[in-house]
Design a binder for this molecule. Sequence first.
Ligand code: AHR
Length: 482
Amino acid sequence: MECKGFVDASAVIGRLDKRCYGQFIEHLGRCIYGGIWVGEESEIPNHKGFRLDVLEAIKELNPKVVRWPGGNFSSGYHWIDGVGPREERPRRYDMAWGAEEPNAFGTDEFLEWCRLVGAEPFIVVNAGNGTPEEAAGWVEYCNSKGGTYYASLRRRYGHADPYGVRLWGVGNELYGRWQIGFCLDGAECARRTMEFANEMRKVDPSIEIVAVGCEDPEWNLEMVKKAGEYFDYLSVHIYIGGDKPYRELAAVPLNIEERLRNVYGLVQSARQRYGVKREIRLAFDEWNVWYPEAKAPLHKQVTGVRDAVFTGGVLNALQRLCREVPIGCFAQTVNVLPLIIAAEDGRMALTPQYLVFKLYGENTGDQVLKTAIDTDHYRSSELMRPVPYVDLSATATEDGRTIYLHVVNRHEKEPAELEISFRNFTPKEASCMYVAGEKVDDRNTLGEPDRVKIERKDGVVESGRLHVDLPAHSVNVIKTLG
Ligand code: AHR
């Protein structure tokens, strides 16, 4: 299959906020306990209780933001249970997931772990059965320099300096009856968001707030109309059922891109209509494929190359949505619908989805460029639309000397002979890194952790054009030096 791409180096869509490659970790199954945290006494190698192999693997991903502690868990979590001497922390019943919460991993552990992996923390407060006062106390514990109760408590527990947590979520999926303390409609959630944001900002006016949104226009309208001056980002969660044919799964990112654009468009219309001055963008703070076998309590699944193709498609969409959706959080990083499988016996496997995040994390410019692609299409019967086999996005470094092409070949069987031409950029050399495996169902498992790898090849530059052959079902990043 032949295809031609075009990149205009002088047409910048916007700055890429690398928080769009963020992660999400929740007190659920073996994500935190067994994944992020094993405790200092564990036989599994650890650094101050943090599981070492996972810590190193996440450092390599270099996520710019990590969301915690949930998810549904956050709606029943009382942060005060998770600070202070570990042996004195209460063991609580976690109503969200019907589990026992030992509280060994709490605020200080999370913030220390974020520091180690180099991520900005994104804390979701309990707006389910918690109170605005409790949430404001949490902001004080994390951010206050003063001599008041919670700031002093933080110092007493060994953390002299405030952490300066900037990003705070007010609640999780409060539209759902499964959520502890759910709201009946957008108006109720707006009222709750205002009360929480108001008290939290009285402690630290500089914080940014993520409010609960969804794809229901009525909900979002009410949120913007009533609470629009109180939050900076509206959250959207999308999980895609994994039990669909490969070609349908590979097409879904286009649908996600459209859905996010629609939500953003509605938010902007509502701002205009109701005179909301505060800028509001989207936080796509939970997304992934969800296979039927990933059930409570562990939510285990082993994703493969097909899911890597989906993931590359979503990351390309998020690049194109850089102005609308600056924050994305993959659900979830370890053991639950996982990027990383960290077994109880100490073994670890990195999924092809992980490899895609690593590729993008290490090889992305600061500015998203305008692109065009001329390629064959197939028809998605689920989405009832033509789907281009090849998806192209491009980013450039600030100095304009390096362009990264992010290219997904959705074709299950055929490689793509890609030719790229440029405006206002002359390529001199190019190298390509890609994730493809041999078959779409190839996976990395604990028994065979290296079946799918990141592979490398050179591109050919001729008369100002770049030529690369993209393997079938592949996610590619081509680094082009000008
Ligand atoms: O990621 C698992 C769960 O899915 C989260 O707790 C919840 O927010 C979503 O419904």
